[in-house]
Design a protein around this ligand. Structure first.
Ligand SMILES: [Fe+2]
Length: 401
């Protein structure tokens, strides 16, 4: 039975306490940055984790959970004992063309007992993607986005005065004291302000034809139908959110994790990704350089498979993008990605980042429905610095499978 709003908020406070996460932002914003150009104050919610136990600090994440399907993967995720879980979007499938449909889909989401039980027991943060925002591949044109914003905040237990209810989108950032180090989570909203996608009609053959080709044994990668939009006004984030993101990247952090609902590093997939908005992606890379924002890795979802990509840009450390998509959904059609390093994992999966502060290293992994690592990559923290050092050589990161 779904929880009432009041019960849910009480449960949320309980799991935060249980995980020793004190959400100061629920009481008072820890950092109140200058108001953005749209008059909304970007607020950095600060979480304090008091964990002192030995061993790696663990962030698990996942995306694409259809509410009509069984979700046994939550027990495998719980067994990984994450300190925090990040829902990266398509957390349910709204696909709603009317306000009533959108409300009904949220009610269905609240009734997914395996997922909601996990939420009651584990600290978590969330951002949406197209399907739980509105409809497939939706952007700023979605007519019910104001309602969707409020329903999102209701379903994820945001307070009545949460800035996520009044901004131009549900973007949010968190700082967590993890074993004495600062982890910054940045969750941009890639839907609310996104300008229209550009598609290649010649490639728009439909999902069914692609799946039929794959089932016939075609192993040639089949790209989707979206192409980069050369319009300089084309944007994923919108200007107000850019001002907010710029301010977040100026904050100090021992590790920053950009929680992107769509892939950032991937190139040539033809599906939704930052590459379709190349000016925005270049702006992000330029912002990292200008703010000297080090120690950043990306996690992403949306693709219905897991993989690991890496973007190498001049004057920057390697940008690792660990994609986990498929809490229930799986896309078995081979998809191109020139930045792919490992994968794909075309079965249900979740992602895990383990932070070993003593060894100054991360382990990035994609795990299958039984919790077994199917992709694993060790990344030295010192390889995520802008200045060269003895550990920033190319072999500082190694595949561990
Ligand atoms: Fe999506």
């Amino acid at each position: 039975m779904p929880l009432s709003d009041e019960d849910f908020r009480a449960a949320r406070r309980q799991w935060l306490r249980a995980a020793s996460l004190l959400p100061m932002g629920l009481v008072a914003p820890a950092v109140q940055a200058a108001a953005g150009p749209d008059g909304q104050a970007p607020v950095d919610l600060q979480l304090h984790a008091l964990q002192t136990e030995a061993g790696p600090w663990r962030l698990a994440f996942g995306s694409c959970a259809r509410q009509s399907k069984p979700q046994p993967i939550w027990s495998a995720i719980a067994a990984a004992q994450p300190h925090l879980f990040a829902f990266l979007g398509d957390n349910f499938y709204g696909d709603a063309t009317t306000a009533d449909e959108l409300r009904a889909r949220h009610a269905e989401f609240a009734a997914v007992e395996a997922l909601q039980a996990f939420r009651r027991q584990h600290a978590h943060v969330a951002i949406w993607d197209d399907h739980d925002y509105g409809v497939d591949d939706a952007g700023g044109e979605y007519p019910h986005k104001a309602l969707s914003q409020q329903l999102f905040c209701d379903s994820w237990g945001e307070a009545a005065d949460s800035p996520r209810r009044s901004r131009s989108g549900v973007f949010q950032a968190y700082r967590i004291q993890a074993q004495g180090r600062t982890v910054q989570l940045i969750l941009p909203d890639l839907r609310f302000n996104r300008t229209p996608l550009l598609s290649d009609p010649g490639r728009r053959t439909g999902y069914e034809r692609m799946m039929a080709a794959a089932q016939r044994g075609n192993q040639d990668p089949i790209p989707g139908w979206y192409v980069p939009n050369p319009d300089p006004a084309a944007t994923l984030l919108g200007e107000a959110q850019w001002q907010w993101l710029d301010a977040q990247l100026a904050q100090p952090a021992d590790l920053r994790i950009l929680c992107s609902s769509v892939q950032l590093a991937a190139e040539g997939t033809g599906w939704e990704c930052w590459a379709n908005f190349s000016a925005d992606r270049e702006r992000l890379l330029q912002t990292l350089r200008r703010q000297r924002a080090e120690n950043l890795v990306v996690i992403s979802g949306d693709m219905h498979y897991g993989e690991l990509s890496r973007l190498d840009a001049p004057g920057l450390y390697p940008i690792w993008d660990l994609t986990s998509s498929g809490l229930t959904e799986v896309w078995a059609v081979p998809t191109p990605n020139s930045r792919r390093q490992q994968g794909v994992v075309a079965e249900v999966n979740f992602g895990l980042i383990e932070i070993d502060w003593a060894a100054r290293a991360l382990t990035l992994s994609v795990r299958d429905g039984a919790g077994r690592p199917r992709i694993s990559q060790r990344v030295a923290l010192d390889s995520l610095r802008l200045t060269s050092g003895p550990d920033s050589a190319p072999n500082a990161s190694q595949r561990t499978l």
